[in-house]
Design a protein around this ligand. Structure first.
Ligand code: FPP
Length: 252
């Protein structure tokens, strides 16, 4: 039975976040330059989005470019930005046709003009779609996001007693989205790399050895199946979860 057939439609996560990693190593293993890996990674983005739609995931967040990625060699940064513009331009009709709504989180102002223009046009054009939300994290890092949230909270003069989990969430770039239930990272590294630190407090983590350009629909379904085997306790005991006890008790 395929992994897709094993998915329980009643237990599909609404939000899946992905750290797409391993493009450079994949390219090297094929005797090519790193950018060859990024080019091939676009096909995995397509496959992952298709799999998200087919399995009923409503929000898919992809870590496409981190704040720290600006420190990569100039040629690689330029190639990644060009790839982003080219991909958005090339895919926008298909995204719109499939009712995908595009969003971007991160320091979007720091992106090159061409990138900002394409991104804003694509977000505007797809703003009425609601089959699935594709959220691109661009020039994003969680510490940057938390810094800008704290600055805005202070600038607006909020009082200590007004601070709560809910309020902090509402000042993050992801304010409009639910927290991810599942975080996937490809290529064998087991770290979070400054991605959605606040939002993944209770996410299930899934690591695969597969490099991003080899990640495909079936790999996504496999991750969903693995997620569906997890018992999500939110600090409670297994017994409380199974008997429905302690629903109103505080989680730790
Ligand atoms: C990580 O692999 C990948 C990136 C930093 C870029 C991801 C970009 C894409 C998949 C292409 C375009 C994406 C969109 C959304 C259009 P790495 O370079 O860190 O690989 P390594 O760890 O093997 O060096």
């Amino acid at each position: 039975m395929s992994y897709f057939e094993q998915i329980d439609p009643l237990k599909v996560p609404s939000h899946v976040a992905v750290i797409m990693d391993g493009n450079g190593r994949w390219a090297k293993s094929h005797g090519k330059e790193r950018i060859f890996g990024h080019f091939n990674g676009v096909e995995s983005v397509r496959a992952t989005l298709k799999a998200a739609v087919k399995s009923g995931v409503k929000y898919l967040t992809l870590y496409a470019f981190s704040t720290e990625n600006w420190n990569r060699p100039k040629e690689e940064v330029e190639a990644l930005m060009n790839l982003l513009v080219h991909t958005i331009t090339g895919e926008i009709d298909e995204l719109d046709k499939n009712e995908v709504r595009l969003h971007a989180i991160g320091d979007i102002d720091s992106l090159p003009e061409s990138c900002k223009t394409e991104l804003h046009a694509a977000m505007e054009r797809t703003s009425g779609n609601n089959k699935v939300n594709l959220i691109l994290a661009l020039s994003y890092s969680s510490r940057w996001e938390i810094n800008q949230a704290v600055k805005r909270i202070l600038a607006e003069g909020l009082k200590p007693e007004e601070i709560s989990d809910h309020l902090i969430s509402s000042y993050l770039c992801t304010a409009a989205f639910p927290d991810p239930e599942l975080l996937i990272r490809t290529s064998g590294e087991k770290r979070i790399s400054n991605f959605l630190l606040w939002q993944i407090a209770y996410s299930e983590l899934y690591f695969t050895e597969t490099h991003w350009p080899d990640f495909n629909e079936e790999e996504f379904y496999k991750a969903i199946c693995d997620y569906q085997t997890r018992e999500r306790r939110f600090g409670k005991t297994s017994e409380q979860i199974h008997t429905g006890m302690g629903i109103n008790e505080k989680t730790t």
